[in-house]
Design a protein around this ligand. Structure first.
Ligand SMILES: NC(=O)c1ccc[n+]([C@@H]2O[C@H](COP(=O)([O-])OP(=O)(O)OC[C@H]3O[C@@H](n4cnc5c(N)ncnc54)[C@H](O)[C@@H]3O)[C@@H](O)[C@H]2O)c1
Ligand SMILES: [Zn+2]
Ligand SMILES: [Zn+2]
Length: 331
């Protein structure tokens, strides 16, 4: 079967590899139809993804079809269309025991720590498949991205009418906006990238739009919840000032380094600072329902569709395309 491996930073190789055999008792053999490309893949390609080893088959945002099932699998049938929850957790650590499989101590993410879905077929634990009879493979591939925002919004426990600022209008910031809007928040999006703000305006992704290099007065201490989805340490530090008294700051974006913050501001406001990582199985179920009910539109995010055979030549261009929101590969 065909497969693309990231041999080393900056170098993909397409080759024919042996197809996976029959699934084990609790496994499913799946055919990959669509693969979303995300920041993690770009970081790995650039050689900037920490704790990443090469060669690695990327691909963790997957829209797939069930081809064969192990004897113990009852919740699926051959032909089912599914989204893959790529977080392979241990089931026995403190986080797993407390229902927080999203931050398992021994987390292995498909396409990051173990080989992912940039192949025709892979085998996965069947419990990691979430099916929908209605959604198409592109929508199913983007459920994982949406999960990042869904989980972050759940962490913040947003209530109707609350003022919410999202900094960073990339796919992750967009996914936060979708669920903040569903919760009935009054949303403001801030970014440096005019094309991304224009995209948000065009598709009504938020109520207000702020150019980050021309910030108007009146935003200080103005929000019940602030999400930083930039991964930029300067933006993350700056985000403190927008949080209102008694408010919350959620770091969805992340960076490799230490973080310092002004204690007087933190205490005066009695601020809650939250990290948000990955998402939970229940988030997948909820997101699929929201997509099926057309409460979320991800089709507008897809600004590039790339045939599998063109991935290697197209990849460099994706890294520099300022207008790109999301690229999806067709296998
Ligand atoms: N929490 C998780 O589990 C999780 C999962 C996936 C990705 N992430 C992280 O989320 C972050 C965002 O991912 P993405 O794919 O959307 O990235 P992206 O690069 O596509 O988007 C980031 C956006 O932030 C904007 N930005 C950068 N600096 C800014 C500043 N100072 N002020 C305002 N806007 C600024 C950029 O213009 C860009 O539009 C990354 O740090 C990524 O590693 C977190
Ligand atoms: Zn991703
Ligand atoms: Zn665990």
């Amino acid at each position: 079967m065909k497969s693309i491996s990231l041999a080393e930073p900056g170098k993909f190789e397409q080759k024919n590899i042996e197809a996976p055999g029959e699934p084990g008792e609790d496994e499913a053999l799946i055919k990959i139809h669509k693969i979303g490309i995300c920041g993690t893949d770009y970081h790995a390609y650039r050689g900037k993804q920490p704790f990443f080893s090469y060669p690695r088959i990327l691909g963790h945002e997957l829209g797939v079809e069930v081809v064969a099932l192990g004897a113990h699998v009852k919740h699926l049938k051959v032909g089912d269309k599914c989204s893959v929850e790529p977080y392979l957790n241990c089931g026995s650590c403190m986080a797993c025991k407390n229902g927080k499989s999203n931050c398992c101590e021994k987390m292995r993410v498909l396409g990051v720590h173990v080989d992912g879905g940039m192949s025709e077929f892979i085998k996965v634990p069947a419990s990691k498949l979430h099916t929908s009879a209605i959604l198409n493979y592109e929508e199913l591939a983007l459920v994982e991205t949406l999960g990042i925002g869904c989980h972050a919004v759940n962490r913040a426990e947003i209530k109707t009418g609350q003022k919410v600022l999202v900094i960073g209008a990339g796919p992750i910031g967009l996914s936060v906006l979708e669920f903040a809007m569903i919760k009935g928040a009054q949303t403001t999006i801030m970014d440096l990238n005019t094309d991304r703000l224009a995209f948000c305006k065009k598709y009504n992704k938020a109520h207000e739009f702020i150019q980050a290099d021309a910030i108007p007065e009146g935003l200080e201490s103005a929000f019940e919840v602030v999400f930083d989805a930039t991964g930029n340490p300067h933006s993350m530090k700056n985000a403190f000032k927008y949080v209102g008294h008694g408010g919350k700051l959620v770091f969805v974006g992340l960076f490799q380094g230490d973080y310092a913050f002004p204690d007087p501001e933190f205490h005066r406001k009695e601020m809650s600072i939250l990290a948000s990582r990955n998402s939970l199985p229940a988030d997948f179920t909820y997101i699929i329902e929201q997509l099926e009910q057309k409460k979320i539109d991800v089709q507008s995010w897809i600004s590039r569709e790339i045939p599998f055979e063109e991935v290697i030549t197209a990849f460099d261009g994706l890294l520099t395309d300022q207008t790109l929101v999301k690229a999806v590969i067709t296998v």
